[in-house]
Design a binder for this molecule. Sequence first.
Ligand SMILES: [Zn+2]
Length: 147
Amino acid sequence: MSRRALLAWFALVLALGVFSRWHVQERRPTRCSLDGGRIEPIYRVDLVVDGSVRESFCGVRCATEWPRVPAGAAWHVRDEVSGRTIDAGKASFVESSVVTVAARQDRTHVFEHWPEASEHAAEYGGNLLANPFARKRLDAAEDDETD
Ligand SMILES: [Zn+2]
């Protein structure tokens, strides 16, 4: 193989590597749909429509500020302890002194099990919250009725 051909071959391999990496990054939704902030997997919130994730958010605050929530949409949150994906309706929410998403000054924590939520609230001076997505769903339903 000539020196020129070898150089061309290396350039091709490098280009393919860069393209494949870019392709993987593009397909993975790691940026918040509302503010473009980086999503920490443990605080991720997904807006699910017809069984597939339509939008992803860096935390509860961004998700609750999202203006376009179709009727019948579901919110999937992550249990802070296990990292498991759970329906927001089954989660316990706590607002405490511990910041979850610094860029948004978000202090909302999500727990699958109520005792863990209660424990966190007691330890970090927090309050248990009603499901912040329940109101959102009601608003969307009201919007539909006026149409
Ligand atoms: Zn965000």
